[in-house]
Design a protein around this ligand. Structure first.
Ligand code: G3D
Ligand code: MG
Length: 345
């Protein structure tokens, strides 16, 4: 247990809990790691998960990230459905829950698909154990196997993330690694931010929708002049949450897309405020672009190219007229960023 690999995954995983819910809605922790996980957590977390699922049944369908009020931890929770959904009389339902420190949340958002597979596999085994009323030792063995595999995956992902820096002299490896770029998309509500992201990513699409967090993160790789560039695109999923989460949202952004709606004067006037908000958070470390979206709505456009260009040049941003509907100029924005990164690197 003394290897550095164990230490690193231990830092990230704060605990694993297997819980069951009975017909009277009582949520009970049945098996957990580490064995000295606090009583308070063992009582609070299963109940919190149960309550969240009862009020948001949609969250039962996927691996959900749940904030834990008053703590710097988050829970990643997977619903254990009764094997036999139809005859649910007396059926036991449960949860497989991972607790992690919120400072490490990016890794879970980025690789949520890999974690879903792992949760799914162990949840199926736990479901059988719950239904056959297996004893706590058997449950603990399964939790332990889950925790071990989780640690192994986290270490593997960490190695992957670090490898370009770890082996800078390995030119061949480097050349196969796509350049990675975090892009954030900003602008007033309803200007078309999500539509632009969907238009760009749809064909090669790996999307994690994180309703409880307030972000959508999509990934897409493109080839620019034969050089692969991978974009991780962060889009806001809810204004209220965004106010609390904006620091995480902006952190590490290499490119920022500022979107306004060509049919709304206010949305252009607000661009400066968005620009200053990013600047206050990450300074001038990003490259940006201004997008006047919905150019297909020709009859409703109220902003002239001159007005838009004036704002663009004041903020020193290139200006693109786009339509998320027709796709006009959407790819061009990302190729512009790719060109920028390639020429800087
Ligand atoms: P947001 O993510 O910035 O809040 P959305 O904006 O992408 O949700 O888009 C808001 C509305 O504008 C949506 O309409 C969407 O279909 C529409 N829209 C987005 N981009 C374009 C565009 O380029 N052209 C046109 N014609 N419409 C666009 P609804 O009706 O679904 O609310
Ligand atoms: Mg949106």
């Amino acid at each position: 247990m003394a290897s550095s690999a164990d230490d690193s995954s231990k830092d990230i995983i704060k605990g694993v809990i297997c819980a069951s819910f009975d017909e009277t809605s009582v949520a009970t922790a049945r098996a957990w790691l580490p064995s000295d996980l606090s009583r308070a957590l063992l009582e609070k977390i299963p109940e919190l998960v149960y309550k969240t699922w009862s009020s948001n049944p949609d969250l039962q369908k996927r691996l959900a990230v749940l904030p834990i009020p008053g703590m710097t931890m988050r829970a990643l929770a997977w619903f254990i459905a009764p094997k036999n959904q139809e005859q649910d009389g007396g059926a036991v339902q449960g949860a497989l829950i991972l607790l992690f420190d919120e400072t490490n949340d990016a890794i879970f958002y980025r690789y949520i698909k890999q974690f879903e597979d792992l949760f799914g596999k162990h949840a199926a085994a736990i479901s059988t154990l719950l239904e056959t009323a297996a004893d706590e030792t058997a449950l603990l063995e399964e939790v332990s196997a889950f925790s071990g595999e989780l640690g192994w995956i986290l270490d593997l992902l960490k190695t992957q993330e670090l490898s370009p820096d770890a082996f800078p002299e390995d030119v061949e490896l480097e050349s196969q690694m796509p350049m990675k770029c975090k892009v954030v998309v900003l602008g007033d509500p309803a200007v078309g931010k999500t539509s632009i992201v969907v238009q760009f990513t749809e064909k090669a699409f790996k999307k994690s929708y994180l309703p409880t967090i307030g972000f959508n993160i999509s990934e897409k790789s493109i080839s620019h002049d034969g050089i692969p560039v991978k974009f991780m695109i962060w889009d806001v999923a809810g204004i209220a949450k965004f106010q609390q989460m904006r620091k995480n949202f902006y952190a590490g952004a290499m490119a920022v897309i500022f979107v306004f709606d060509l049919t709304s004067k206010v949305s252009l006037a607000d661009i400066k405020g968005w620009y200053e908000d990013v600047q206050a958070s990450i300074g001038n470390t990003f490259t940006g672009a201004l997008l006047g979206n919905k150019c297909d709505l020709v009859d409703q456009v109220v902003i002239s190219p001159e007005e838009a260009s004036a704002v663009a040049s004041e903020l020193n941003l290139p200006y693109f007229q786009t339509s998320a509907l027709t796709g006009e100029n959407v790819d061009a924005v990302f190729h512009h960023f790719a060109q920028d990164f390639i020429s800087q690197s």
